[in-house]
Design a protein around this ligand. Sequence first.
Ligand code: PEP
Length: 250
Amino acid sequence: MRKKIVAGNWKMNTLPAEGVELAKGVVAGRKEVCECVNFIVCAPFTHLSMVAEALKGSDVELGAQNCAAEAKGAYTGEVSASMIAALGCKYVILGHSERRQYYGETSETLNRKMEQAYANGLTPIYCVGENLEEREAGNHFAVCKQQIEEVVFNLTEEQFKNLVIAYEPVWAIGTGKTATADQAQEIHAYIREVLASKFGAAADECPILYGGSCKPSNAQEIFAKADVDGGLIGGAALKAEDFLGIGKGF
Ligand code: PEP
């Protein structure tokens, strides 16, 4: 049985006190959702220790949205994987399309970030997905394959066992446009096939999350698909009720 995961990507939203309130709201409502759903909140770096405190005693886990490609040293403004792990993070989002697009993250950088994440006991949530032009040209399969081959294929079998993939079509992120459940299933199944070509049966255990304007009203239909194991949620993760409502989609 693959893990069912609903992970919130708060992006650059909330001030620390608001983040704590949001986390407390998630903890308070969490018991109304099946225990089988694993909730993760990926807060801004600045709030991680306060949010960790707010999550104490609950099964809601903490993640960060990025980490440095280096272990430590003269890298002004960077935050290392060891720092976020020390604050209680279990997960780190890597390769989000906003980081690829606005901060020039390449597979080369992401390989080094993945290494840092694993060296510090973190589980990466590795994001892949095509933009609108690529989808319209029918290149979405090739784009996802390349993003996986260039990074995930460099992992050891042991590392691969601790990986979450998020398929996030860029055209659906924050746009209100969602991939249909069939579109999600089609590409999730393909991604699993690509993973299996390298890691064999272990690919059956790898959670593949859908991300892109997921909300309580569409989660159920998308999560019902065989290869969709949950969601990476942006906008709707900023309201505890909506975030939890997505978890009820299982
Ligand atoms: C995201 O950026 O990870 C995301 C899925 O955003 P949204 O849910 O707002 O589309």
